[in-house]
Design a protein around this ligand. Structure first.
Ligand code: ADP
Length: 275
């Protein structure tokens, strides 16, 4: 159970990035946040785990009020929130396995973390996750030897090592090509639903959001301008969120079956490799 009430953020320079955000996620669902650049998407995700301090309002995760926690309480609460970043945030010189195990750092003692001593249970959970994200063969590779898509798979496995109650995901596909973006988004959505973990995902790609979201929140100028299903995202809704534009191509593309997109992508790939 995740409830945000009256959340606002005004940055020290005076920019109000969020104004009175109210949002409830009462079941394990994938919620995608769309909105123009500067709408407040990133600020919202970061106010939830207090990487950015909200100015006012309340954030509750399973009855724990996050906004008033002290340092120790916040450290504990952050374990319950797995975060997946746009730029992956891996430690390049560590192996894939070490990066995934670092998801346990919030749970082990400082000394264990320093010596990188993890329990056999943690190690076998990490192997399982690496298998699930398709990286078994790469477990001993250094993180900086991987492609962008593989790096994000490590980021996903690391976040899930925390056994989070909520996944916070900030533009996970912004640095990836369209095909890899779909694969990564599908993986996040599948894993969130397999584990019954609600996910809040910032995304600038409306088509991708419509393909994979259980629910879409549209932010505009720091306020919730839309809250509904993918099917309810009409051109009028997109105009409210992004401003006046011809949305027919976006709506049409979004309305197509996901597998059609993939067929098209594999066709383009075949044609480009043949040519
Ligand atoms: P989005 O993720 O939707 O692009 P952001 O949350 O990054 O939006 O930004 C929302 C607003 O807050 C923007 O006007 C942005 O310029 C401003 N902003 C973001 N970070 C800071 C900061 N550290 N200091 C001042 N203003 C900021």
């Amino acid at each position: 159970m995740f409830i945000i009430k009256g959340l606002s953020k005004t940055y020290p320079g005076g920019v109000t990035a969020l104004e009175e955000i109210n949002l409830e996620i009462l079941e394990p669902q994938v919620v995608m946040i769309i909105g123009s650049s500067g709408a407040g998407k990133s600020t919202l995700i970061r106010c939830i785990n207090r990487l950015i301090e909200p100015t006012t309002g309340s954030v509750q995760l399973n009855e724990v009020e996050i906004t008033t926690l002290g340092k120790t309480g916040l450290r504990k609460a952050r374990r319950r929130m797995g975060m997946i970043f746009q730029e992956y945030n891996l430690v390049d010189r560590l192996t894939v396995m070490e990066n995934v195990l670092s998801g346990r750092l919030g749970y082990v003692s400082f000394l264990q973390a320093y010596r990188r001593k993890y329990s056999p249970e943690d190690i076998s959970a990490a192997y399982e996750l690496l298998d699930r994200v398709g990286l078994t063969e790469n477990c001993n590779s250094r993180a900086d030897a991987l492609s962008g898509g593989q790096r994000q798979r490590v980021g996903i496995a690391r976040a899930l090592m925390q056994h989070p109650d909520l996944l916070l995901v900030d533009e996970p596909t912004a640095s990836l090509d369209p095909k890899t973006s779909r694969q990564i988004m599908r993986l996040i959505v599948e894993l969130a639903s397999e584990r019954g973990t609600p996910a809040l995902i910032n995304i600038h790609d409306v088509a991708l959001a419509r393909s994979f979201a259980d629910r879409i929140i549209g932010l505009a100028r720091g306020r919730v301008a839309f809250d509904g299903t993918a099917a309810e995202v009409s051109d009028q809704v997109l105009t409210e969120i992004y401003g006046e534009e011809d949305w027919s191509a976006t709506i049409k593309k979004d309305g197509s079956d996901a597998s059609d997109d993939e067929n098209l992508l594999s066709k383009i790939e075949k044609e480009s490799s043949a040519g």
